[in-house]
Design a protein around this ligand. Structure first.
Ligand code: 13P
Ligand code: SF4
Length: 303
């Protein structure tokens, strides 16, 4: 990536000067993931790492709810996001008022929120989860019924694995909801012997047609462990680019979709953010204290 080289050097120099650490989600572009990130991972790994960070400044290369989560776990640190507009269709699908109405409708039923929610929503719920630990979190509550929000597909995929009754919301990931079971059938016909692994934000018939489903980190682990000759990662496009360098013997077949929010984060924006210390993420302290409880309860469960 010759055009990226000056930015990579400048960002890595500025990072040292500012005492900053860069967290990057697995969906970040390869030049970010491979060249400037200090810690990469899925949502759970990033939340757990955020809780352990010693640096004064955290630059979150991901979407806004991830930066808010880092801030909740590090109230005294400066958390920056290179583009404040990096949102998420799931986080935007539900408000704190919606949660209050759900609690009125289902009194006493515990509420689990996917981390893909705003801090204001997290402040209203009992516990958070990610795609890595959703089933464990739901079952940890010991309740016969659980409200699980906002992703209706993740909710349905969890419901298929547990006896707990799941009351779902209607949100969806605009990237994963585009995949269909017909796509999976066509891929198997066209690419002989291909293995297909999917993210659980995909519709249940897509997950059922796949060979494996898991969080982005679990998908990467699966590829490294199984070493398929050919594989399709039914998820955001950058994942394949980020993993392929580590498994040169695996062919990645690529019908995929980009997340427009994740792709808002670029090297020039990371550079500007560190240079100007701009894009600071703040959460009002009283709200942060309530939201932190739900995130910390999840992190404690993850061990
Ligand atoms: P995970 O990395 O936790 O699987 O999350 C996927 C995702 O869509 C994050 O926005
Ligand atoms: Fe949100 Fe989907 Fe983009 Fe992840 S991939 S940030 S869930 S819109």
């Amino acid at each position: 990536w010759p055009l990226h080289a000056p930015y990579v050097k400048a960002i890595n120099d500025l990072k040292r000067e500012r005492g900053a650490v860069i967290l990057a989600h697995n969906y970040q572009s390869p030049e970010i993931y491979n060249c400037v990130a200090d810690i990469v991972g899925d949502s759970l790994q990033l939340a757990r790492e955020a809780a352990r960070i010693e640096a004064r400044v955290i630059v979150q290369c991901g979407v806004h709810f991830m930066a808010e989560t880092a801030k909740l776990l590090n109230p005294d640190k400066t958390v920056l996001i290179p583009d404040r507009e990096a949102g998420c269709s799931l986080a935007e699908s539900i408000t704190p008022e919606d949660i209050r109405l759900l609690r009125e409708r289902y009194p006493g039923v515990p509420v689990v929120a996917y981390v893909n929610t705003s801090a204001a929503v997290k402040a209203e719920v009992d516990i958070c989860c990610t795609s890595s630990n959703a089933l464990d979190v739901v079952e940890s509550l010991g309740a016969p019924r659980v409200i699980f929000l906002p992703d209706r597909y993740l909710a349905a995929n969890v419901a298929a694995q547990t006896k707990v009754e799941i009351i779902a919301w209607h949100g969806a990931c605009e990237v994963h909801e585009r995949f269909t079971a017909e796509d999976i059938g066509a891929l198997r016909e066209i690419h002989e012997g291909v293995r297909i692994i999917a993210h659980p934000e995909c519709p249940p018939d897509v997950v059922a047609a796949a060979d494996f489903a898991g969080s982005t980190a679990h998908m990467i682990d699966w590829v490294k462990r199984e070493r398929p000759r050919r594989v399709v990662l039914v998820t955001e496009c950058s994942m394949a680019s980020n993993v392929e360098a580590e498994v040169p013997d695996v062919e990645f077949v690529r019908p995929c979709h980009f997340c427009p929010h994740m792709k808002r984060i670029t090297l020039p924006k990371i550079y500007a953010c560190l240079r100007d210390m701009s894009g600071e993420v703040t959460v009002e302290p009283e709200l942060a204290a309530r939201a932190r409880r739900a995130v910390e309860r999840m992190v404690a469960l993850a061990g």
